[in-house]
Design a protein around this ligand. Structure first.
Ligand code: ADP
Ligand code: ASP
Ligand code: MG
Length: 407
């Protein structure tokens, strides 16, 4: 008998936000099912369930214990996978739901952001031999000690890509509430255009810099194993965006997309003695606090004293600030200030490697719009500017237009 085609489909939270949508998703799944294929569906928690669970935990403890957090946060997906399996069965098709543990998703022990170590998928394979449609709870796994873990926010994308790899799937489809990957968030900028094909590299950069449509880590895995992903809408049949390794047909554009991110804060230490070894002492102390430092800017000193600014995720601000104040005192630096009203606006595109003047055009566009640049950071295929948060929408729109991305 010929090998059946294996299709992995992932439905995000908004696609299963209520009972009618769950029924619609079930219909969509059975429309794909034929006698010549097998389907494994990964599903997220209903609507905003995960946010609501997190909020409850925070009402009890501002820094909830991470193991218990995973026990809590993983429950959303158990609800949605059971309901979706019932909805599929109601349509006369055989279906079975599984948790991450039941399909053998083993992770390391880094609770709330665990990494997948291995997937056996045995029960999926058995269910497929019995011609069942399999529904898997996304975003979760278990450690070798059987403690439940979660894979970081947006982690159902990672479950889908990792399952596609483990099952050697022929197709990996990510169904969401927009019709694909756009040049910028289509909910914020109506001129945003759908991108037909984007490389893993560009998508990874866009996701890391704030385009929440795909979880960055899931793209890392897709890139490593070369798993093409089709991102499309669960509400329409329209073709979406293909995320692929490379394609010669990619248009010769310098900038593929614009992203923004409001989740960082900036810390500044004033009047830092300008001597060797000082930066090392400061950042060693901050790294010991567990805070993740990103962009760092040190001003030129004219007086043997200099200002140093850096960004951290807002969630790390408190611990970073405590550590910074303590080290500032020890090295006899000046005042330490924090600003959480910043935003990062970024342009992304692998064409930047071969186009000139892209940075200048970005800075000029921001300047023409009277937006002050506080910090700059670059990678091979992106440029980011830290600006005042209240200017971020204006900045995204202006850059989108300036780089000719609009309709
Ligand atoms: P899901 O619940 O399906 O996982 P998400 O909310 O995680 O969906 O991601 C989809 C959202 O991502 C869209 O509603 C859109 O507002 C947002 N988004 C941000 N940037 C982009 C982009 N460049 N292209 C498409 N969507 C984007
Ligand atoms: N429900 C989880 C979250 O909201 C995982 C996911 O939706 O991908 O982050
Ligand atoms: Mg998502």
């Amino acid at each position: 008998m010929a090998r059946k085609k294996i299709i992995v489909q992932k439905f995000g939270g908004s696609s299963v936000a209520n009972i009618d949508r769950i029924k619609a998703v079930a219909k969509r799944i059975v429309e794909t099912k034929t006698k010549d294929n097998n389907i494994a569906v990964v599903v997220s928690a209903l609507g905003d369930t995960t946010d609501e669970l997190e909020e409850m935990a925070f009402q009890i403890n501002k820094t909830p214990p991470e193991r218990e957090m995973d026990m809590l946060m993983s429950t959303g997906e158990q609800i949605s996978c059971a309901l979706l399996a019932m909805a599929v069965k109601t349509l006369g098709y055989d279906a079975i739901s599984f948790t991450g543990k039941q399909v053998g998703i083993k992770t390391d022990t880094s609770h709330t952001k665990a990494r997948i170590i291995s997937i056996t998928g045995d029960r999926i394979k058995k269910a497929h031999r019995e011609n069942k449609i399999v529904i898997v709870a996304g975003y979760q796994g278990v450690t070798i000690d059987d403690d439940i873990t979660t894979l970081g926010r947006g982690g159902s994308d990672l479950t889908a890509v990792a399952l596609a790899q483990a099952l050697k799937a022929d197709v990996c489809e990510i169904y969401t509430d927009v019709t694909g990957i756009f040049t910028t968030d289509p909910r914020k900028v109506k001129e945003a255009r759908k991108i037909k094909t984007i490389t893993f590299e560009e998508m990874l950069e866009m996701a890391s810099l704030g385009a929440q449509v795909m979880q960055a880590r899931s793209i890392e895995v897709a890139k490593r194993f070369n798993i093409p992903i089709h991102v499309r809408s669960s509400f329409s049949k329209e073709e979406g965006t293909m995320i692929v390794k490379d394609t010669k047909k990619l248009e010769d554009v310098a900038v593929r997309g614009i992203t923004n991110n409001k989740s960082e804060a900036k810390i500044t230490i004033k009047a830092v003695p300008d001597k060797s070894g000082i930066a090392a002492r400061i950042f060693t102390e901050i790294s010991k606090s567990g805070a993740n430092v990103d962009i760092i800017v040190q001003n030129v000193s004219h007086t043997k004293l200099t200002d140093i600014s850096f960004t951290v995720p807002k969630s790390d601000l408190n611990k970073a600030l405590t550590a910074t104040k303590s080290i500032a005192q020890k090295i006899k630096a000046g005042e330490v200030t924090a600003d959480d009203n910043i935003a990062r606006v970024s342009i992304v595109g692998s064409g930047m490697r071969s186009h000139h003047g892209i940075a200048a055009q970005m800075f000029k566009t921001l300047a023409d719009n009277k937006i002050n640049i506080e910090m700059i950071s670059t990678s091979e295929i992106s440029i980011s500017c830290i600006i005042d948060q209240k200017s971020v929408e204006k900045a995204v729109k202006a850059l989108h237009q300036s780089f000719g991305l609009g309709k």
